[in-house]
Design a protein. Structure first.
Length: 117
């Protein structure tokens, strides 16, 4: 089993930046072979994809965050990060870390990001 713990959320003004981090438990082998991602869920809305990164380092972003957010992974440190710049009020949501490998999927409990003046 893999556990995921997110950190780095908080209150930030529009135009500001935040870095979210997700610490994973489990073997380096299983983490390195996994597909990792960040998703978010705003109040009253469905959970949506923000960014993903494959085991080979290929990244994918939602159109709404392209050019502003960057996902990265460090398999040795067992972490996946999300650097968020030029934040907008519509980025306000609970952000969740996701692990996928073969047919197995795990989620973190989420970290709240609030973008407001």
């Amino acid at each position: 089993q893999v556990q995921l713990v997110e950190s780095g959320g908080g209150l930030v003004q529009p135009g500001g930046s935040l870095r979210l981090s997700c610490a994973l438990s489990g073997s380096i082998f299983s983490i390195a072979a996994s597909h990792l991602g960040w998703y978010r869920q705003a109040p009253g809305k469905q959970r949506e994809l923000v960014a993903t990164i494959s085991s080979g380092g290929t990244t994918n972003y939602a159109d709404s965050v392209k050019g502003r957010f960057t996902i990265s992974r460090d398999n040795q440190k067992k972490t996946v990060n999300l650097d968020m710049n030029s934040l907008k009020p519509e980025d306000t949501a609970v952000y969740y870390c996701n692990y996928r490998r073969l047919s197995v999927e795990y989620w973190g409990k989420g970290t709240l990001v609030t973008v407001s003046s």
